[in-house]
Design a protein around this ligand. Sequence first.
Ligand code: CP
Length: 311
Amino acid sequence: MSRSVIDVPDLSLEEISALMDTAEEIIARPDDFADACRRKKLATLFFEPSTRTRLSFEAAMYELGGQVLSVTGAGTSSAAKGESVADTARTVSCYADIIAMRHPREGAALVAARSATVPVINAGDGGHCHPTQTLADLLTIRREKGRLGNLTVGLCGDLKFGRTVHSLLNAMSRYEGLRFVLISPEELKVPSYVKSDALKKKQIPYTQTTSLEDAIGELDILYMTRVQKERFFNEEDYLRLRDSYILTPEKLKNAKKDLCIMHPLPRVNEISVAVDRDPRACYFKQVLNGKYMRMALILLLLGLTGKGDRA
Ligand code: CP
């Protein structure tokens, strides 16, 4: 079985740090990497909607000199005829050197990885996790704050179904001196298993609140999230909860001057567009950082990490 990345703990802290260093090298000297994946193919298998993740994986492979095969939507592949995830992954391994897969079912990427003969990257599996978004988030935090430890991090919105939150909590709990403020409606709190694995076991301090206004002044990072309509069982609950938090310039008056405002996107109403002009808004930087981290991850999983390998 090839090495795959299904969740953040599949990468050591040292590897994450090295990925960020590679991303910085790519940002500084993109031409050095323009041929790194020549004759390699990435397959993007997206059985759920995406703009950023799919296109950034594809842009990443093209910028590394590789090529891309793409399935978008279950209806356009043999999944519509009942083919299993395992058979799809085994089949696509015959055509591509690496697979990035998004699927609505939790655990689907792991099933794919067990059957594939090439590396599989989880590009989001249901409400479970989204490790490459976390890589984008970590690079953004390191670039904006200069560190990944000693921060007070507020996570706000749909902390129950938001897979980016689960992966980020898992990843950041490995750094020193972190404190989390979990801001959500009662119904959308972080699931117990995530709290237990990421926070309680490691005795990481955290508080839970329903009030963004009360918490905002103490935060170094504010990570806003969308209420995940697609994971709700009934429309009524979604409509009641969807606008629980809307970040506006008014609410930011009590925030730190060097607050870093993040959001994995897409946003619906959670951040007013007026906030985009605030220099503390970092969410479009996250988008770009995602492409560089995906480039670095593709290199790592294809064993093309060093310059010598690429020569
Ligand atoms: N952040 C993110 O996963 O965006 P997409 O759903 O557009 O890929």
